[in-house]
Design a protein around this ligand. Structure first.
Ligand code: SF4
Ligand code: SF4
Length: 251
């Protein structure tokens, strides 16, 4: 029986495969999965959550996350902090998730997870998640669009485009200032915006005026700008031109 469960858990499914699932307040395990779990947050998860909560990225990181430095990786992991006393997610209520519209990627995917080869597996079984015994069936691709996964996938792809080459090159950057800048530009967007607009940043790089307007007003545009900036600075991609120094005026 347990072997059968293991087999189900590791079954690799494609987007056209179906699975049985429904989650609603009437299911007896309702909200049980929102406690004592490790949820790693991507930069886009943080962007959505802090905007959904109407707080700054600084406040969000301070109040709701644990930052875990990683050896051999200059980008630390950021995990959602569970309540100290009952180990529940701070955003769970008896009626469900209070940040539902902006819930992080793993919460949208649950009970599925994506494998390295792009296939999907169930990450739990019907002894823990009773929703898997409901009669509703979902084609995985329909589930993903129902969960509005697309913008998360796009941003995750940009993030992997950065982290995979950074790891492959094993860049030995021990300068804590550079590490802090990278972290800020990805996870602390409000501070990154201050840095871009309150420093000489834009005096040194060629950025189209239309893009400057967008990154001033829109966090998604700012995050994409941050990905470009890190690729430019650390991976040497020619994403931006460098402004030539203005010659001193002759008197
Ligand atoms: S364990 Fe499954 S059915 Fe129960 S609340 Fe979580 S997702 Fe829903
Ligand atoms: S963010 Fe929402 S869905 Fe995710 S664990 Fe917390 S309460 Fe549950």
């Amino acid at each position: 029986m347990s072997q059968e469960k293991d087999k189900k858990k590791t079954l690799r499914m494609e987007r056209e495969h179906q699975f049985r699932f429904n989650c609603y307040p009437g299911v007896s395990c309702f909200t049980q999965c929102c406690r004592d779990i490790t949820i790693f947050l991507t930069p886009y998860d943080v962007l959505r959550l802090k905007n959904g909560l109407g707080i700054s990225s600084d406040d969000f990181l301070e109040k709701h996350t644990i930052i875990l430095p990683q050896e051999n990786n200059m980008i630390p992991l950021v995990a959602l902090q569970m309540n100290e006393d009952d180990k529940k997610c701070p955003f769970v209520s008896k009626n469900g998730c209070v940040v539902y519209n902006d819930r992080p990627w793993p919460c949208r995917m649950y009970p599925l997870d994506i494998n390295d080869d792009g296939t999907f597996s169930l990450i739990t079984d019907n002894s823990k998640c009773l929703g898997l015994m409901e009669n509703d069936t979902w084609k995985i691709s329909d589930w993903l669009s129902n969960q509005e996964i697309e913008p998360y996938e796009e941003m995750n792809e940009r993030l992997s485009g950065l982290t995979i080459p950074l790891q492959a090159r094993e860049l030995d950057i021990n300068n804590p200032k550079i590490q802090q800048m990278i972290f800020m530009s990805l996870y602390n967007l409000d501070k990154f915006r201050e840095f871009v607009f309150d420093s000489t940043f834009l005096d040194r790089l060629e950025v189209e005026p239309e893009r400057i307007k967008k990154i001033k007003e829109n966090d998604e545009d700012l995050l994409i700008f941050a990905f470009d900036w890190i690729e430019f600075g650390l991976l040497g991609k020619k994403v931006f031109g460098v402004k030539e120094k203005q010659p001193k005026k002759e008197l």
